[in-house]
Design a protein around this ligand. Structure first.
Ligand code: 5AD
Ligand code: SF4
Length: 454
C-alpha cells in the first residue's frame, strides 16, 4: 500500500504554492495525499512567522504530533519554511520537539526527498545496531541556491488558478518585517523559465495565472538583462489562449508607469491590484522604512484609476506600529476614506525578534485592538458601498469552485477581484460566464448566469 502524506500550510500564497511543490516531491516518491494527520506516514508543517499568531498556531500543532509519534514510531515529521529560518529557531525546534525528524528552510525544500531517505535508512540501521538517529537540521543555504522551480514538479491544487513564482526573497527591510531575514535576498527566475511554465499551465487548461513574489515589481532587477516586470507582463500577454493574469504583491515604491500601461493595454491582466499602503501617516511610513509617502501613493492610485476606472484595488494595513500616535492612526483612516479600497487586509503590528521595530517602545495591546476595530468598521462600510455598485450589472466571472454553503451554487471572481456566488455545478469550474449581479452582501455578490464566454 502506498505511503501517505499530510501537509499543514500556514501563511501566504507563496507558502500555498510551495506546499504544492512539497506535494510534488512526495508524489514523486510514491506518497499519496491523505485526509487527515491520523492516517499519515509523513506530516509536513510548512510554516509562517510573519506574526506571532501564525507562529504559535504552528508550534501548537507540531506539539500535538508527539502523541501520534508515540502511537506510530515510523511516522516522519518535517518542519519547513519560514519559521525555522529565523535565527535560533531550528535549534529551538530541536530542543522543544525532539521527535521532529526533518527541519528545512525556505530555499532548500527540494532536499525533502533525500532527507526522508536518510531518516528511513538511519531508522533501519538503528533497529539493527542502535545507531545514532539521523535528524536533519538544515537552516540556511547559499542565497543563490534556487533550483526549486526548475526541477520540482508542483502538484497543483487550486485549479483553475495556477500559482507561478517569478521572484524569491525581499531586499526591502521594512522595519517591522521578518521576511527579508527568512527568505533572503531577491532572486528572479529566468524569464524563459517563467514563460515556459505559464505556457505549460495554459496548455494544461489553467484559466488564471497568479504571478507570485514578495515584491513582483522588482522582478528582473537582479538579472543581467533589460528584463523587468512590465516586459514579463507584455510577454505573458502575448501567449495564446483565454486566461487571466493576476499578480501579487506590488510595492508602491517600485510600481512603474510601464506596468500600469501594460495592465491597461492588456485584456488578460485583470483590472485588480493589491497595493499595500501599511499606514496613512508620512512619519510612520518613514519609520517603517517603506520609502514612499502618501503623495506618491495617491499619485499611483490616480495613475491606475485614470487608465482603468473599473480597477479593484486592495491593500494591507497595519495598526499599532510603535511610533503610531492617535493622530497618525486617524491619517490612516483618512487615506482609507480617500482611496476607497474594494477590500483591505488589516493587521495588528506584531513585534518580530531581530527587526528594528521590535526594539522600539511598544504600544499597549488594548490600544492596537481598539484601533483595528475602528479601521475594520470603516473598511466594511466602504466594501459594502462598493459591492452595492455592482448590482444590476453584467460581469465576466471565472467559475473557480463550488459554494456548498449555498446548495447548488458555484463561486468565482470578476476581473476586478470581487467574489460572486451564482447557480451552477462542479462542471462549471474553469469556465467563464457572464453573470448578472442580483444582490450584494458586504464583500460578496450574488447573481445568475446569462451565458458562457468561450
Ligand atoms: N506584524 C503585523 N503585520 C505584519 N505584516 C508584515 N509584518 C508584520 C508584522 N510584524 C503584514 C504587512 C504585510 C502583510 C503580508 O503582513 O501588512 O503587507
Ligand atoms: Fe516585508 Fe516589506 Fe519585503 Fe513586504 S516589502 S516582504 S513588508 S520587508
Amino acid at each position: 500500500m502506498a505511503k501517505k502524506y499530510f501537509i499543514n500550510t500556514y501563511g501566504c500564497q507563496m507558502n500555498v504554492h510551495e506546499s504544492e511543490k512539497l506535494a510534488g516531491i512526495l508524489a514523486d516518491k510514491g506518497y499519496e495525499e491523505c485526509e487527515g494527520e491520523e492516517e499519515a506516514d509523513i506530516i509536513v508543517f510548512n510554516t509562517c512567522c510573519i506574526r506571532d499568531t501564525a507562529e504559535r498556531r504552528a508550534l501548537g500543532n507540531i506539539g500535538v504530533t508527539k502523541a501520534r509519534k508515540k502511537e506510530n514510531p515510523d511516522l516522519i515529521i518535517a518542519v519547513v519554511g519560514c519559521m525555522p529560518q529565523q535565527e535560533g529557531a531550528a535549534e529551538n525546534i530541536k530542543e522543544r520537539f525532539p521527535y521532529v525528524d526533518i527541519v528545512l528552510g525556505t530555499r532548500n525544500i527540494s532536499m525533502l526527498a533525500d532527507e526522508i531517505d536518510k531518516v528511513v535508512a538511519s531508522r533501519n540501521a538503528e533497529k539493527k545496531r542502535s545507531d545514532k538517529k539521523y535528524r536533519c537540521f538544515s537552516r540556511t543555504l547559499p542565497e543563490d541556491y534556487l533550483d526549486i522551480d526548475e526541477h520540482t514538479p508542483a502538484l497543483r491544487t487550486s485549479f483553475p488558478n495556477a500559482w507561478v513564482n517569478i521572484i524569491y526573497g525581499c531586499n526591502n527591510f521594512c522595519s517591522y518585517c521578518i521576511v527579508p531575514y527568512v527568505r533572503g535576498r531577491e532572486l528572479s527566475r529566468n524569464i524563459n523559465s517563467v514563460l515556459d511554465e505559464v505556457k505549460r499551465c495554459v496548455n494544461a487548461g489553467y484559466k488564471e495565472i497568479t504571478l507570485l513574489g514578495q515584491n513582483v515589481n522588482s522582478y528582473g532587477n537582479d538579472l543581467d538583462s533589460d528584463v523587468n516586470f512590465a516586459r514579463l507582463l507584455h510577454e505573458i500577454d502575448k501567449i495564446d489562449g483565454k486566461f487571466r493574469v493576476r499578480f501579487m504583491t506590488s510595492h508602491p515604491k517600485d510600481l512603474t508607469e510601464a506596468v500600469m500601461d501594460e495592465m491597461a493595454a492588456s485584456n488578460k491582466i485583470c483590472r485588480n491590484l493589491h497595493l499595500p499602503i501599511q499606514a496613512g501617516s508620512d512619519k510612520v511610513l518613514a519609520d517603517m522604512n517603506r520609502r514612499y509617502d502618501t503623495a506618491r501613493y495617491l499619485g499611483l492610485i490616480d495613475g491606475l484609476r485614470s487608465r482603468m476606472p473599473d480597477i479593484g484595488i486592495t491593500t494591507d494595513i497595519m495598526v499599532g506600529f510603535p511610533t503610531e500616535t492617535e493622530k497618525d492612526f486617524e491619517d490612516t483612516l483618512e487615506i482609507v476614506r480617500k482611496v476607497r479600497y474594494s477590500n483591505a487586509f488589516t493587521f495588528i503590528y506584531s513585534p518580530r525578534k531581530g527587526t528594528p521595530a521590535a526594539e522600539m517602545e511598544q504600544i499597549p495591546y488594548a490600544v492596537k485592538q481598539a484601533r483595528i476595530s475602528r479601521l475594520i468598521a470603516l473598511q466594511n462600510s466602504i466594501t459594502k458601498e462598493i459591492s452595492d455598485t455592482y448590482t444590476g450589472g453584467l460581469y465576466e466571472v471565472l467559475c473557480e469552485d463550488i459554494a456548498p454553503k449555498y446548495g447548488q451554487k458555484v463561486c468565482g471572481r470578476t476581473d476586478s477581484g470581487r467574489l460572486v456566488t451564482f447557480d451552477g455545478t462542479k462542471e462549471d469550474i474553469g469556465r467563464f460566464f457572464n453573470v448578472r449581479i442580483t444582490q450584494s452582501k458586504s464583500a460578496s455578490l450574488f447573481g445568475t448566469k446569462e451565458g458562457e464566454i468561450e
